[in-house]
Write a protein that binds this ligand. Structure first.
Ligand SMILES: Cc1cc2nc3c(=O)[nH]c(=O)nc-3n(C[C@H](O)[C@H](O)[C@H](O)COP(=O)(O)OP(=O)(O)OC[C@H]3O[C@@H](n4cnc5c(N)ncnc54)[C@H](O)[C@@H]3O)c2cc1C
Length: 412
């Protein structure tokens, strides 16, 4: 993996080697397009390395489902292509309803599972207790189990996509900071980087939280904002937690959980998620604190009450780890995929809305199909970059709209 200097020419340049950029480079290279994948740091060093990495397949927003299925299909194929297993934990997911509102949402999920031929079982309280001993089953009104739903380490998946891309001939240019776009009238002709220009027919903006800083070099704003996500990890407890427990989705607590290192990883969605102006985010996130140092305790105080209802031992377990980072949210919680309006040859694969690991394979495939002039394998209209019209991505009003999409989210 290189950081060569000098003028280079290729067919596609992908900016950003997070899960999405690596999956995109993998699909481009696999489809026969000569590709250079750039990152100013290293593969997977951005927000990817912070993800909880749930790959839940049943989503209230149905257009997302084919993208997640594609990621599962890619993982299966990658095992053979790179001759290494990606260590996926596929112990299923459990969607819990504990109110009239969440019960009715769960019924909708059942219909969606049927439509998309995703296996699912209704579980009784006894079965739930056996599967998830820490959960207060008296609170459970309905439980829907999705066998085979998985989580993994997003960093490992990202490295897997990068290795796959390389195997198909892509060049992985780490420590290659893209500083500009090379334009000829309304067409992008490549990128300027600190290592020299790279000329290409296609440029893909997969720069995650920093995507707007790239697209604005062509004068186009993408409809997304970096919004904080948080999770905590408890200490090990053999009685309560083990690695083969499923993901648990608790919409009534705005929470999700999964096993992690003998403890429980739990994510809580803030009722007022905080957003960040990408111009103020550092290029290297190492050691960066998203928000104020005391926020993790404030959120636990604010949201913990709702989780305690389902996790009675909440106050007894120690919680040594807190992780926070940003995902890029759009006002409707859908992604930003496809041609950047008004700029030929410029594609966006971003606006991950907290699901970028799960949908990475699907996003990558869409971009490769578009670059090859093919009809995408699924409906891409809901992800069109221009669907909000003209926006100012740095206005407070727009950033708050995006942050609200995070706070409203109830799925995995
Ligand atoms: C706490 C948390 C929990 C999450 N949980 C989940 C989950 O359960 N499931 C799920 O699917 N997703 C989850 N996500 C979201 C997930 O992390 C992202 O959607 C996913 O990793 C995709 O990120 P990305 O590739 O868009 O961005 P990143 O990983 O941030 O990659 C962008 C890359 O672009 C590079 N870059 C930026 N500017 C330039 C430039 N000018 N030149 C060169 N390179 C540049 C950066 O260095 C970076 O490596 C979570 C996120 C967080 C923070």
């Amino acid at each position: 993996m290189s950081s060569k200097k000098g003028i280079r020419t290729t067919e596609a340049v992908v900016i950003g080697a997070g899960t999405i950029g690596c999956a995109t480079a993998y699909h481009l290279a696999r489809s026969g397009i000569k590709t250079i994948l750039t990152d100013r740091n290293t593969v997977g060093s951005g927000n990817t390395s912070l993800a909880a990495s749930l790959l839940t397949r049943i989503r209230g927003k149905e257009p997302i489902i084919p993208l997640v299925k594609e990621t599962y299909a890619n993982i299966e194929v990658l095992h053979d292509e790179i001759e290494s297993r990606l260590d996926i934990s596929d112990w299923g997911s459990l969607h819990i309803a504990a109110s009239a509102e969440s019960s009715s949402e769960l019924q909708k999920l059942v219909k969606i599972a049927q439509t998309h031929h995703i296996g699912h079982d209704h579980l009784g309280q006894g079965e739930v207790k056996k599967m998830v001993p820490w959960l207060a089953v008296d609170e459970v009104q309905q439980a829907l189990f999705i066998p085979g739903d998985a989580h993994l380490d997003a960093y490992v998946l990202t490295q897997g996509f990068a290795a796959g891309a390389k195997m198909y001939g892509a060049e992985i240019a780490q420590y290659t900071h893209v500083t500009g776009l090379i334009m000829e009238q309304d067409k992008v002709k490549g990128v300027e980087s600190e290592q020299g220009p790279i000329y290409a027919d296609y440029v893909v903006d997969a720069a995650g939280a920093w995507s707007n800083l790239i697209s604005l070099k062509a004068g186009v704003a993408l409809p997304m904002t970096p919004v904080r996500s948080n999770y905590w990890i408890t200490a090990k407890d053999k009685e309560l937690f083990n690695a083969d427990q499923p993901i648990v989705i608790l919409p009534d607590a705005s929470a999700y959980t999964r096993p992690e290192s003998g403890g429980l990883l739990f994510g809580l969605r803030e009722s007022n998620s905080i957003h960040f102006d990408p111009r103020n985010l550092p290029a290297d996130l190492t050691g960066y604190t998203f928000g104020n140092p005391g926020d993790q305790w404030n959120i636990l105080m604010e949201q913990g009450e709702k989780l305690r209802r389902f996790f009675p031992m909440f106050d007894q377990v120690s919680i040594p780890h807190y992780i926070s980072g940003v995902s890029t949210y759009t006002p409707d919680g859908m992604f930003v995929i496809g041609g950047v309006p008004g700029v030929k040859g410029f594609l966006a694969a971003t606006g991950c809305s907290g699901a970028g690991v799960a949908v990475s394979g699907g996003m990558g495939r869409i971009i490769a199909e578009m670059a090859n002039g093919q009809e995408p394998f699924c409906d891409t209209q809901p992800f069109r970059p221009d669907r909000f019209g003209m926006i100012d991505p740095f206005s407070e009003e727009f950033m708050v709209r995006c942050a609200k999409a995070r706070s409203r989210k109830t799925s995995g």
